[in-house]
Design a protein around this ligand. Structure first.
Ligand SMILES: [Mg+2]
Length: 201
């Protein structure tokens, strides 16, 4: 499935620690390290988490250039770095992969991965859902503090992403699968405008 990550501005590009060479070309610099294969670990992490095919060392030419549209990789700065270039042409990628990558970076910088087992992530997700409910407690929906709702939703999504990651699940895929399943359980002709559960339809 194609997903859109392409940053629209240089400010957006900075989120991905890169820059827009021009409006249709995103660039990001990676250290060459000791070998192409070593540099490729970081480059491929970035590509894969944004929905692109990874690059393999054998596909580099004699000048250390990789060119597989929309992705190209070439030496930069006296061979000490690589520049990864992604052209907007034919692309589209997930924001979700990038968000998950940032969440894991935040977690790992604090060495919190040791606490993030599936059970505790599920509990944390539930607690955050409770905090979301609290924003509505004793008041009309319209009076809930939207800033608070935003924060709790962010917490819920964060734990959901981390939990899905634990099982190597692709969020887009599992949600789309579920929509399909629900479509079968609740055919429009039977369920339209009715809140009855599927087994009573
Ligand atoms: Mg919270």
């Amino acid at each position: 499935m194609l997903r859109e990550f392409f940053p629209n501005t240089n400010a957006g590009a900075k989120l991905y620690s890169g820059f827009l060479h021009h409006k249709d070309c995103f660039c990001k610099i990676f250290d060459m390290k000791n070998s192409i294969s070593e540099a490729l670990i970081d480059i491929n992490d970035f590509l894969e988490s944004n929905g692109y095919d990874s690059a393999d060392a054998e596909s580099f030419d004699e000048f250390n250039i990789y060119d597989r549209k929309p992705v190209s990789i070439s030496p930069h700065g006296y061979q000490e770095q690589f520049v990864l270039t992604i052209e907007r042409d034919k692309i589209a990628t997930p924001q979700l992969g990038f968000v998950c990558q940032e969440l894991k970076k935040f977690r790992d910088e604090r060495d919190w991965g040791q606490f993030h087992n599936p059970k505790d992530l599920a509990i944390a997700l539930n607690i955050e859902s409770g905090e979301l409910l609290e924003t509505f407690l004793w008041k009309d929906s319209k009076d809930a503090n939207i800033e608070k709702v935003k924060e709790e939703l962010a917490d819920i999504f964060s734990y959901a992403l981390l939990l899905a990651d634990k099982y190597d699940l692709n969020i887009e895929e599992i949600v789309l699968e579920k929509i399909k399943k629900n479509g079968e359980k609740y055919p429009v002709e039977k369920a339209k405008g009715i809140s009855t559960k599927y087994d009573e339809l």
